[in-house]
Design a binder for this molecule. Sequence first.
Ligand code: GLU
Length: 506
Amino acid sequence: MSNKVRVRFAPSPTGGLHLGGVRTVLYNYLFARHHGGDFVLRIEDTDQNRYVEGAEEYIYKCLEWCGLEPDESPLKGGPHAPYRQSERKHLYYQYAQQLIDSGHAYYAFDTPGDLERMRQEFKTDSHTNPQYDHMTRMQMKNSLSLAPEEVIELLNNGTPYVIRIKMPLGEKVKFTDMIRGEMEFDTSLVDDKVLLKADGMPTYHLAVVVDDYLMKITHAFRGEEWLPSAPVHLLLWKYLGWEASMPQWAHLPLILKPDGHGKLSKRDGERLGFPVFAMNWMDPRTGDKTEGFREKGFLPEAFVNLLAMLGWNAGTEQEIFSLQELVEKFSIDRVHKGGAKFDYEKAKWYNHQYIQRLSDEQLATLAEPYVEAHGGSDNREMLVKVAGLIKERLTLVGDFWEQGHFFFQTPEMDASQIKDKWNDTKKAFFEAWATEISGMSTWEHTALEQSFNAQMEKHGLKKGDVLLPLRIMLVGGKYGPGVFMIAEVIGKEETVKRIHNAIAAL
Ligand code: GLU
């Protein structure tokens, strides 16, 4: 490749970022870094009706959290600023005009009522969804159907208009998609898309072509849902005389529902109990909250790794990749054509793997907010110790409290779990042991275990008789790491207190 590789992620700020969107960011990023190119973030906010407050900031935060920072963006600036399309409004009109002058676009003055009438009037049994196209355009109110004087008059008296592309009849438009190979479209089937709206803003179709050209984009990755628009974009590149600079296209496969039927949606996540957005999102218009992978307790490294594997593999059995390794190994020819099924259990598996790689200190730092949220102590030393003890039991950082709450708070003890097999010998044993350990000078798990075993023998008991009751006394349930380690961490006073409380309750 002679030109420097330049790619772009071009989101519309319309809401939270779906994991498919983050995967698009990731593939852009990996491709750019792999080829020593630039990664541009362009905000496509030309549709003012769909603009949602806070959505743009959310995108920046997501990219930051994932560690996928762009080289050029509205925040960072760059040689092709501005990077927000609403601030580039003045740039687009001249290109729409150029298309009108060359006969590839036209003014259309139709009102919403006119469009509705057309849809009703041209509807037949075999043609249920008439569009604004070669079949209908001459019956509509536009600069192709009206006399030139009439058009001038309408323009002069300020009649609102849009500019539409004039799709040619019966042409074949072809291109080679980097993932799908040869693609061919029949232009007769595509409608005359609006390029410039009545408010003077371009639509996506015009803006994406103009900006990809002006920003010298060499490769464009976008979701498969844009494939049907590709012929419009290809023709625009051609009609504007920029064909030689057209980026190579790659339409990324969809991320599918776990059962493989259809695109994974926010609603699937709600239904099946897993996040679909990268981070928590609250829609300011409805107040609806959607949970994010971040808040659910996913580590960004795990999230990035699992997204990379949704549609790509290295051609080996390897599943765990650092971002740097992904940059080295990523290649677009290993991106699959077919949709990738989302598997939440697998996603959690990745997270578990990454949690195991954290140091106890790192895990403690991440877990702190969860512990604080439950009113647990913020003793750092204790947090680090607990992190080391329960790490292997964690799938999500948020599991920290569930797996470790008894270190921070006296747990509720359900006496019925011990009661059945409780007897005077056991009571005498626990009382004696509690007294013994109250006087211990070194509070440490091996010494505790030794004294426990010795006391056990004295009372003629076996491990099977007293170890589980001890666990239930200290933890409140039948789980957790080594029970003498738990005693060591919660300390003498608390251990003795929990044993006495339990005896009293039995
Ligand atoms: N603004 C479009 C979207 O949000 C971008 C598509 C593209 O990357 O060209 O889907």
